[in-house]
Design a protein around this ligand. Structure first.
Ligand code: C2E
Ligand code: CA
Ligand code: CA
Ligand code: CA
Length: 278
């Protein structure tokens, strides 16, 4: 993948004006960023809806490129296309597990860390070994790691996905279905998957509680997860009204700007230390 990236830059080097060339330049810079350790993880806290306690954090990739933060929504697709995501994803796993384990031992808090996995990573024959190695190298207990896989991926790759999830879960890690609810048709299928949690997509919460229809739908999805004996985390909690709604409807956990933005590692550590002392 590395060499590919470089060769393609040379091939298209005389077309620097076109958007395609811009993309390739970005792709090449991304490769260098990984090599030079310029990628960072931010951590967004997750809270128990009933008690307000911190339960975990989601690790989110950040790339500071020429003084600007490039959104992962922009560079993850590039990394997937070039195959760089495999190496990048392995780094994310190691880094997130190492930080989580350091924080757990420093504070004694049973923190869980959530890491996003791309479809391309899931397709690697050695994905289970990569995850096992990150746990082994960092000493993080498998039960403290949760892998987030988007619903669309699981559905698209349906046959193989169930096997891989079963294999990963055998390590002891948790599996969360990200952006849950966006791909409606798959409820019957999702029920059969070996998963621990659903992450309710934030689109379901944006008009809660003003919209009665949306509020009923969100409540129904929470109830459905519980009927299936799967935990549920709501994403994109931006107001206290939404937070109260989730608590009142028995949602397990919540994550969002209202509760805590994604933050740098030292800021998250400070938050956790304070939280553990309360
Ligand atoms: P995601 O996994 O659905 O992550 C949640 C996104 O929602 C994050 O965007 C987060 O910053 C944002 N968010 C959190 N709370 C709120 C809120 O209250 N309101 C709103 N409007 N947004 C909120 P971010 O960090 O820009 O990441 C975008 C996407 O990039 C992620 O969506 C995920 O799909 C992908 N991504 C991020 N890090 C990684 C990674 O390490 N590996 C892979 N494969 N994908 C990643
Ligand atoms: Ca996620
Ligand atoms: Ca999500
Ligand atoms: Ca998403």
């Amino acid at each position: 993948a590395k060499n590919n990236g470089r060769n393609r830059i040379q091939v298209y080097g005389d077309q620097m004006e076109s958007p395609t060339a811009d993309t390739l330049v970005l792709e090449n810079d991304l490769y260098k960023a990984l090599e030079r350790n310029e990628l960072r993880l931010h951590y967004q806290p997750q809270f128990d809806c009933a008690t307000g306690q911190i339960t975990g954090a989601e690790a989110l990739l950040r790339w500071e490129h020429k003084g600007k933060l490039v959104s992962p929504a922009e560079f993850i697709p590039l990394a997937e296309e070039s195959g760089l995501i495999v190496e990048m994803g392995a780094w994310v796993l190691r880094e997130a597990c190492a930080k989580a384990q350091a924080w757990r031992s420093r504070t004694g808090w049973p923190l869980r860390i959530a890491v996003n996995l791309s479809a391309v990573q899931l397709d690697q024959a050695d994905i289970t070994a990569t995850v096992a190695q990150a746990l082994h190298e960092t000493g993080l207990p498998a039960t403290a790691l949760e892998l987030e896989i988007t619903e669309s991926v699981v559905v698209r790759e349906s046959l193989r996905a169930a096997d891989i999830l079963t294999e990963l879960r055998a390590l002891g890690v948790g599996i969360a279905i990200d952006d849950f609810g966006v791909g409606y048709s798959s409820f019957a299928y999702l029920r059969e998957l070996p998963v621990d949690r659903f992450k309710l997509d934030r689109s379901f919460l944006s008009a809660v509680p003003q919209s009665e229809g949306d509020s009923r739908l969100a409540a129904a999805l929470i109830a459905m997860a519980h009927r299936l004996e799967v935990g549920i985390v709501a994403e994109g909690v931006e107001t206290e009204e939404q937070n109260a709604f989730l608590r009142d409807h028995g949602c397990d956990e919540a994550q969002g700007y209202h509760l805590g933005r994604p933050m740098k590692d030292d800021a998250f550590e400070a938050l956790l230390v304070q939280h553990a002392q309360e």
